[in-house]
Design a protein around this ligand. Structure first.
Ligand code: FNR
Length: 388
């Protein structure tokens, strides 16, 4: 039983065990991967989240049938929270011309179709709002991911906190001026309004992986001398202002998440101590959960990639900032994901590539952990007598 769950509104799981609290004559529900979690007015049926994953499959930023099936199948597969990939708040905020976007009213209905289907499967629909900053205007990864440098080839001018490219030789980003920064904050707010209109119940701000908001946080990419650069307080200003604006327009009942890179994995860069300081401030602004990833600000970083390697960061942020966290990164086995939750390292397990391999991973987890499989109704009666 995690000791620090006082800030959570956890519902007991009827299908799971409980332990006696010796000091008080009551039962404390044991929290595991299959336990529901209520955050504000939204209840997740378990702790399994589909991590946002770019599909580079949109035209003009529009969601289409691919996205419906990609996301809908994981909702049918028992995942509790299904998160739409990094969705650009402006056209220039796309990593590639094929990215998902939400900069116009035309984007709302195709996304609403996805949100409706996900909800219809008993999952909660989430969307990640993003701006790629200096890492924008690139080819999709399967075409090599190179910068598209000319408008004729479909590229555009990239922006960032400072004129420092991601790779040597990449186009130099245009440093945003004060007006440009206000425009970015307004674009996040407008995107959030549209996402709510489309029926998403959880909004996540993408402030990780070397994209625009992370670029402002890190002293390696932010060399500004105005109120958005220099001190930690100044570097955090843009992310905090975006979070404050979004919380300001979101209904109280709906959760707001922020994904961060807990460290750049580079000496002198953004690190876990700064991440904890940021998480405390985000909590104060009404952010509900920090989705804890790492890296991708600079191409050359030594990252000790291994099973669950980012989980200790989720644990530290949860403990030291007193906010719920999501763990992500090489979590592939239900037993491992369960250990993360039962140990209190994180409140949610975000699953990325393993959910690409196995859309029904959550049902597999329910089988493995002796839970009640949440088969879609048309399947359930037919398969429920299957031997485990
Ligand atoms: C990603 N990832 C990612 N992260 C994010 O915050 N927004 C995004 O849109 C994407 N896009 C994306 C596309 C693809 C194809 C992959 C594989 C990954 C990162 C992803 O959410 C996750 O953090 C990592 O993949 C690590 O988790 P796994 O895959 O080890 O479970």
């Amino acid at each position: 039983m995690p000791a620090d769950n006082a800030h959570q509104d956890d519902s007991p799981s009827p299908s799971h065990g409980s332990i006696a609290d010796a000091d008080h004559d009551r039962e404390i529900p044991e929290i595991d991967l299959l336990s529901p979690l209520s955050i504000r007015g939204v209840t997740l049926r378990n702790r399994i989240v589909m991590s946002p994953m770019c599909q580079y499959s949109s035209e003009d930023g529009l969601a289409n049938d691919w996205h419906l099936v990609h996301l809908g199948s994981r909702a049918a597969g028992g995942t509790a929270l299904v998160m739409v990939e990094a969705t650009a708040v402006t056209p220039e905020g796309r990593i590639s011309p094929a990215d998902m976007g939400i900069w116009g009213e035309q984007h709302v209905e195709p996304l609403a179709r996805i949100a409706r289907f996900v909800k219809g499967q008993g999952a909660v629909a989430a969307i990640q709002l993003a701006h790629a900053g200096r890492k924008a205007s690139c080819e999709p990864p399967w075409k090599g991911g190179a910068s598209i440098t000319s408008p004729e080839a479909g590229g555009w001018t990239v922006v960032g906190p400072s004129p420092i490219p991601f790779h040597d030789g990449d186009p130099v980003p245009q440093a945003l001026d004060q007006l440009g920064i206000e425009g970015i904050i307004d674009a996040f707010e407008a995107a959030c309004r549209r996402a709510l209109e489309a029926g998403f119940e959880v909004i996540e701000i993408h402030a990780a992986h070397g994209y625009l908001l992370h670029e402002f946080l890190s002293p390696l990419s932010n060399l500004r001398t105005d109120s958005y650069g220099g001190s930690l307080e100044n570097r955090m200003r843009l992310v905090l202002r975006v979070a404050e604006r979004l919380r300001g327009i979101m209904p109280d009942a709906l959760p707001l998440f922020v994904r961060i890179s807990a460290t750049d994995w580079v000496e002198g860069g953004w690190d876990i101590e700064q991440s904890i300081a940021l998480s405390r401030l985000l909590k104060g602004l009404g952010v509900d959960l920090i989705d804890v990833s790492s890296g991708a600000l600079v191409p050359k970083a030594t990252i000790p990639v291994s099973k669950g390697y980012q989980v200790p960061f989720a644990r530290r942020i949860k403990d030291e900032a007193g906010i719920m966290t999501g763990a992500v990164g090489l979590i592939t086995e239900p037993g491992h994901a369960n250990e993360i939750i039962t140990a209190g390292d994180a409140d949610l397990a975000f699953i990325g590539r393993e959910l690409l391999r196995e859309p029904y991973w959550a049902i597999k987890a329910q089988h493995d952990l002796d839970g009640e499989p949440s088969w879609p109704i048309p399947y359930g009666y037919a398969v429920q007598r299957r031997a485990k």
